[in-house]
Design a protein around this ligand. Structure first.
Ligand code: C2E
Length: 531
C-alpha cells in the first residue's frame, strides 16, 4: 500500500474509531432519556387514571346508597344527612345532590335552601351517566366542578383534585379523556383528544407528538383514559445530563480503540523490520520433531523447525514469519542461522550416531542463491558430521525452475546430501518432471494423512502418492501422523517413516535425546527380561 493511502486510511480509521463511540454514546443517552421520560409520563397518566377511577367508584357507590334508601323522597332531611355522610366519607367527592330537569333541588352543601340551575349535560355515557364538565356554583364561584349524574342523584367533583400532581412542573399536561366524547373531562395544560386514537386496542401507549412525550393509559373500569404529556425540553435536558456522563466514556473508548488499531497496524506494518531486528538479535531458536521408522517405532532422525521468541516473550510460529522473511529477502540469512543452530545443537549426538539424520527446510531462495553447497559444507565441518546426516527438505516451489532444480539436486547429491521433496501433492509438479530430478525422500503432506480413513475425496490421494513415490524409487516420510490407525495404514502400504504428534511434538534437541535414551533403556530392559 502506498504511504499516502496508508496515512489516509489511518486518518479515516481514527475519525471513525473516535466518532463511532461518541455517536453511540449520544444515541444511548437519547435512548436512555426517552426511556426515563416515557416511564415518567406513563406514571403520571396511570396516577390520574387511578384517581379518576376511584372518583367514579365513590360517586357510583354514594348514589347507589341514596337510591336504595331515599329514592321516594330524595330531598328529605334524612336523605340530605346521608348525602353529607357520603360526602364526608369520600376522598374525591366535594358534594352530593339531587337533580330534576337540570336543576339541583337539594345537596349536601346547600341542603334544600337553594335550587341551582345546572343547564343540560355535556353528554351521557353508554352506562347512563350524564356528565356536566364545567359547572360553577354561586357558593364557590371561582372554581369549576364536574357533575356526574346517575338516575337524578349527582356527585360534584372539584376539577383540580384529580390532576393535582407534579405541581412543581406545571408545563406537564394532564387529562382524563372519555372514549365516548371528544372533549376532555378534566384537563390541565394542552391535550389533544386525537391522542386517544393512538391507543388503538392497546392498554397503554407512549409516543412523541407536538413537542411532548405523550403517554395514554386506558381505564380497566370505565370508558376513560388517563393522559400525560411531558414537554420534550425535559427529555433534552435529561439526555444532556446522560450525555455528559456517557460521551467522555465514549471518547476514552474511541481513543483506546484508535490507539489499539494503530498499535496493531504499526506492529503489522513493521513486522518485516521486527524480523530483521530478530535476526540481528538472534531471537530465533529451533525445536526438533522426531522422525520414526514405522516398522520398528525407532527414532531415526528429526526435523528442525524454527521458532521466534519476541522480546515480549511471545513465541511466534514459522507460518507467520517465514513468508515475511521470504518476501523481504531475509530467508537466506534465516536459513544461515538455522544451520548454525543445528550444528550447535546436534554436534555431539551426530558424532556418536552417524546414521541419524536431521531434516532442514531449505527455502526456494536458498536453493537459487548459488552458495548453498558451500554453506552446508561449513555447517558439516562445524558439526563434525557426514553429509548423509542432513536431509534437505525442498518444497515443490523450490523446484520450479527445471534447469536450476536439476543442476542443484544433482550437485548436492553428488556431495552426499540427502534430498526430500516437502509437502508433496500441494503444488503443481508433474510426475514426469519429478522423474528427471535426483531425490531421496518424498514427504507426504499432513493434509493427505489427515484424510486417511475419513471417506473424504482426498482420502484416496495418499495411495496415489505412495504409488508415485514407489515408482520413482523414493523413500517416504508421512507428516502429521496423529493416530495409530494412520500409522498402521501407512506401514501396511509401504511407507517407511512417520512424523507427527503420535510419535512426538517438536521439542528442544536435548529433550529429543532424553526421550531416545529413555526408549533405549526401556528396550534394553525388555531384551534382558526376554533373555
Ligand atoms: N496438526 C499437526 N501438525 C503437526 C503434526 N506433526 C507436525 N506438525 C506440524 O507440521 C509442520 C511440519 O513442518 P513442515 O511441513 O516442514 O512445515 C513447516 C515449514 O514449511 C516451515 N518451516 C519451519 N521451520 C522452517 C525453517 O527453518 N526454514 C524454513 N524455510 N521453513 C520452515 O513452517 C512450516 C510450519 O512449521 P510448524 O508450525 O513448526 O509446523 C510443523 C509441525 O509442528 C501433527 O501430528 N499434527
Amino acid at each position: 500500500m502506498k504511504k499516502t493511502a496508508a496515512v489516509f486510511l489511518t486518518l479515516l480509521l481514527a475519525i471513525a474509531g473516535i466518532g463511532l463511540p461518541i455517536w453511540l454514546a449520544i444515541e444511548e443517552s437519547e435512548r436512555q432519556a426517552y426511556k426515563a421520560e416515557s416511564v415518567r409520563a406513563l406514571g403520571f397518566a396511570s396516577d390520574i387514571l387511578v384517581r379518576a377511577d376511584e372518583t367514579g367508584r365513590q360517586a357510583r357507590g354514594g348514589v347507589d346508597r341514596l337510591k336504595a334508601l331515599h329514592a321516594d323522597n330524595p330531598c328529605s332531611p334524612a336523605a340530605i344527612d346521608l348525602m353529607r355522610e357520603i360526602d364526608l366519607g369520600s376522598s374525591y367527592l366535594q358534594a352530593i345532590g339531587y337533580i330534576e330537569r337540570n336543576q339541583m333541588l337539594c345537596s349536601s352543601i346547600a341542603g334544600q335552601s337553594r335550587v341551582l340551575d345546572l343547564g343540560p349535560p355535556d353528554y351521557t355515557t353508554s352506562a347512563g351517566a350524564a356528565v356536566r364538565r364545567q359547572v360553577r356554583f354561586p357558593f364557590a364561584a371561582q372554581n369549576s366542578f364536574i357533575v356526574l349524574e346517575f338516575d337524578s342523584f349527582a356527585a360534584i367533583i372539584h376539577q383540580r383534585l384529580i390532576v393535582d400532581m407534579a405541581n412543581s412542573e406545571p408545563d406537564i399536561a394532564l387529562a382524563v379523556l372519555s372514549l365516548e366524547d371528544p372533549a376532555p373531562i378534566i384537563v390541565r395544560g394542552k391535550v389533544k383528544p386525537e391522542w386517544l386514537r393512538r391507543l388503538g386496542r392497546e392498554r397503554q401507549v407512549v409516543f412523541v407528538d407536538n413537542g411532548s412525550v405523550v403517554a395514554v393509559v386506558r381505564s380497566q373500569r370505565f370508558l376513560t383514559a388517563g393522559v400525560a404529556a411531558v414537554p420534550i425540553s425535559y427529555l433534552e435536558s435529561r439526555s444532556e445530563a446522560v450525555a455528559r456522563r456517557l460521551v467522555p466514556a465514549g471518547l476514552v473508548a474511541g481513543v483506546m480503540l484508535v490507539a489499539a488499531i494503530m498499535l496493531l497496524g504499526r506492529q503489522q506494518m513493521s513486522l518485516p523490520n521486527a524480523v530483521k531486528m530478530g535476526l540481528r538479535r538472534k531471537e530465533f531458536f529451533l525445536e526438533y520433531q522426531p522422525v520414526v521408522e514405522l516398522a520398528t517405532g525407532r527414532c531415526v532422525g528429526v526435523e528442525a523447525l524454527v521458532r521466534w521468541r519476541r522480546p515480549t516473550g511471545e513465541v511466534v510460529m514459522p507460518d507467520l514469519f517465514v513468508a515475511i522473511a521470504e518476501d523481504n529477502g531475509m530467508i537466506v540469512r534465516l536459513t544461515g542461522q538455522v544451520l548454525e543452530m543445528v550444528a550447535h545443537d546436534t554436534r555431539h549426538w551426530l558424532a556418536a550416531h552417524p546414521d541419524f539424520h536431521v531434516g532442514i527446510n531449505v527455502a526456494p531462495a536458498d536453493f537459487y542463491a548459488g552458495n548453498l553447497l558451500l554453506r552446508l559444507q561449513e555447517t558439516l565441518e562445524a558439526m563434525g558430521a557426514a553429509p548423509g546426516n542432513l536431509i534437505l527438505e525442498v518444497t515443490e516451489r523450490g523446484l520450479m525452475d527445471p534447469v536450476v532444480a536439476r543442476e542443484n539436486t544433482a550437485n548436492l547429491r553428488r556431495h552426499g546430501f540427502a534430498l526430500a521433496i516437502d509437502d508433496f501433492g500441494t503444488g503443481y509438479s508433474s510426475l514426469s518432471y519429478l522423474e528427471t530430478l535426483e531425490l531421496d525422500y518424498l514427504k507426504i503432506d499432513r493434509s493427505f494423512i489427515e484424510a486417511i480413513g475419513t471417506g473424504a475425496p482426498t482420502s484416496q490421494v495418499v495411495q496415489h502418492i505412495i504409488r508415485i513415490a514407489k515408482d520413482l524409487g523414493l523413500r517416504m516420510i508421512a507428516e502429521g501422523v496423529e493416530s495409530q490407525a494412520q500409522a498402521d495404514f501407512l506401514r501396511k502400504h509401504g511407507v517407511q517413516f512417520g512424523q507427527g504428534w503420535l510419535f512426538g511434538r517438536p521439542v528442544s534437541f536435548g529433550e529429543v535425546v532424553r526421550q531416545m535414551e529413555a526408549a533405549e533403556l526401556a528396550e534394553a530392559a525388555l531384551v534382558r527380561a526376554a533373555g
